[in-house]
Design a protein around this ligand. Sequence first.
Ligand code: SF4
Ligand code: SF4
Length: 392
Amino acid sequence: MDRSHTERAARVASASLQGHPPAVSAVVCETYDLEQVRRAVTTALAPLGGMKRFVRPGMSVLLKPNLVSAAALDRGVTTHPAVVEVVAGLVQEAGGMALVGDSPGGPIADNDRVLSGTGMVDAAERAGAQIVRFDGVAWIRHGGADYFVARPVLDVDLIINLPKLKTHVLTLYTGAIKNLFGVIPGTRKREVHCRAPGVIDFGQALVDVLELVRPGLTIMDGILGQEGNGPGVGGTPHPYGCVVASADPLALDTVVARALGYRTGEVVYLEQASARGLGVSDPRAVQILGDRAALDFGPLDLPKSHWYFRLPGWISKPVHRGATIRPRLSAAACVGCGRCVEVCPGDAIALEKQATIDLSRCIGCLCCAEICPQGAIEPRWSLLARLIGIGP
Ligand code: SF4
Ligand code: SF4
């Protein structure tokens, strides 16, 4: 199963990239007014050949937004429904059948609540698209590890990836490649976090998923994103004011990560994807089309952890072992909803009236902080990390 599937995924990707150097197209878009978003997406796609270059009549096309939780839209956590509605409309105009689906960080039973709470159900209805549930799974053995992937992801002709532009306290940045982690349904994500707890191992898992699903087109919602300790409600909303598109998710991430202020090599999974031949991680090798000024983000509050990756290897390896990050619970903010318990891969969280965290079982994945609707869990660096200044 793994071989035939990855070959198919690679064919889809190479069909999108064929004959084209890595190109990323960016345009300014400052509001979610539907007409402005439509103009921005159409303008971003024009130099890439327009939607009709990617969508042929009769194709089934899955739109994969970032729907990690049902956070309020003004928190900049999830892909905005206006972007989904516009892209779904363009797919339909090109003769494709648009489907919208994602799996939140919590259990599959949360799917409907998150899909409606993030505005996806209404957006899909307005665009004539269909919502798909990520509850059927396929088992794929890949890279020596087992992955459970939502069945609809494997059944469609094309995936259009619709990530949100955010900083990420663990991986530093989340965009095109990281968004694909949502194809692993619900709490199945816990298994991956458990066997790949650190930035390096988790990066390899993210690249495994990229190899498995290979979107043919990525259109990033960078209109309102996050800086600081994203990607959940612990992050700070930031108006990046852009839409960015590419047939190459790694090229897109490379360009956006550089625009955020990261240096080559800092966002580990981009290097790992490049090492596997899944695109380029050198921004000089990527052609930037459209409006370069759309990627002029200015100074940002990046997760402090990014300084760690600038250290030489002989320092960074021992630091990596000692400078850990763990969740810290604010009892005053916890309402005892239990969502953190459901996502915790280490079974480290117990719940009575409120959550309590057993740090001896915690692997530091920060899924709990990501999912908590109250922002009651924040990352806390170890004493060593704070002493050497890589953690706040
Ligand atoms: S910490 Fe957050 S997710 Fe966990 S029970 Fe409390 S409010 Fe819910
Ligand atoms: S307590 Fe939070 S950070 Fe620790 S393993 Fe569980 S989900 Fe991950």
